[in-house]
Design a protein. Structure first.
Length: 302
């Protein structure tokens, strides 16, 4: 008697096909690589949608609780090795897929990517939570998604959410401001670790202040030499900038080889370093959540 074997399931076939594909070399020339990258990404996007359908179905079960997770998103984040935002995207897309059929079809045809679809789904869910009785119209978002990069499309989604629910959107913004925090911890050798969560305006202030310090400091500047050599710490751009905001090293009780604590930056972040160039950009708008005055000698004390 011939023994019948159970045929492999579709997921096993997919895993085998991916394994074979992974062993193939990538193309060498530019045009072939351009086609290769877009085609691989389209396949990846379609698999992400399928994963999202599974994530939404998983969220309807109690399996995540049985395995000791606090939510389905928490379980997906840990076991699927995703960030919290990516795990939430999977659940949102799966739950809203029937509400955005045109967007789903556009992804399958390669007109938009999974990131676009995720933000369309999140916007649909956010508007649905307002309690409106109006059906969600995906077409304005989809038309923009076809034309805009993901970054610009996110901004457009925020505008749509604000128009649909001004009070709810404003409340969310206020909650984001109240949740912001910034901590600075000093370790061995004076190294400083920064950890924080900022609202968009506060983040813009920090970015404006810090980004110039990451640029090369004129002809012959060598960042590796500055960081690793036994030169005074105050010779680095960041140290010179924080020292410049300290009225005097003597007032702080420190020498040029011992720059003020990095927490001084929190007093100076709302202002740009002084410059003699007439072409320097104007100072950014001050945020109400950050000090707007330069550091005093008292604030420099350890």
């Amino acid at each position: 008697m011939v023994r019948m074997h159970n045929p492999p399931d579709e997921l096993a076939l997919l895993e085998a096909a991916v394994a074979r594909f992974y062993e193939q070399p990538v193309p060498k020339d530019g045009p072939a690589l351009a086609s290769y990258l877009t085609r691989v990404q389209r396949v990846s996007d379609r698999l992400a949608v399928k994963s999202s359908q599974g994530a939404a179905a998983f969220a309807e079960t109690d399996e995540y609780d049985n395995q000791g997770s606090v939510s389905s998103i928490h379980w997906i984040r840990v076991n699927c090795h995703l960030t919290g935002g990516a795990a939430a995207d999977r659940v949102a897309v799966g739950q809203q897929l029937e509400s955005v059929p045109e967007s789903h079809q556009s992804l399958l045809e390669g007109e938009i990517g999974f990131a676009h679809l995720a933000h369309i789904a999140r916007t649909s869910a956010a508007i649905e939570e307002t309690g409106t009785t109006q059906p969600f119209d995906e077409m304005p978002l989809l038309e923009k998604a076809r034309d805009l990069t993901v970054g610009r499309f996110i901004d457009f989604c925020h505008h749509v959410r604000h128009a649909a629910d001004p009070e709810g959107y404003a409340a969310q913004e206020v909650a984001g401001v109240e949740a912001r925090s910034l901590s600075m911890k000093t370790g061995e050798g004076g190294m400083v670790w920064l950890r924080g969560v900022l609202d968009p305006e506060g983040a813009a202030v920090v970015r404006t202040a810090i980004e110039p310090l990451a640029r090369r400091n004129g002809k012959g500047y060598d960042a590796s030499t500055t960081a690793a050599s036994p030169m005074p710490r105050s010779s680095s751009p960041a140290a010179r900038w924080t020292t410049r905001w300290c009225p005097s090293a003597a007032a702080c009780g420190r020498t040029s080889r011992s720059p003020p604590p990095l927490r001084l930056c929190s007093s100076a972040l709302a202002r740009r370093p002084p410059t003699s160039s007439s072409h320097s950009p104007s100072r950014p708008r001050r945020s109400s959540g950050w000090p707007a005055t330069a550091a005093s000698p008292e604030s420099c004390s350890a």
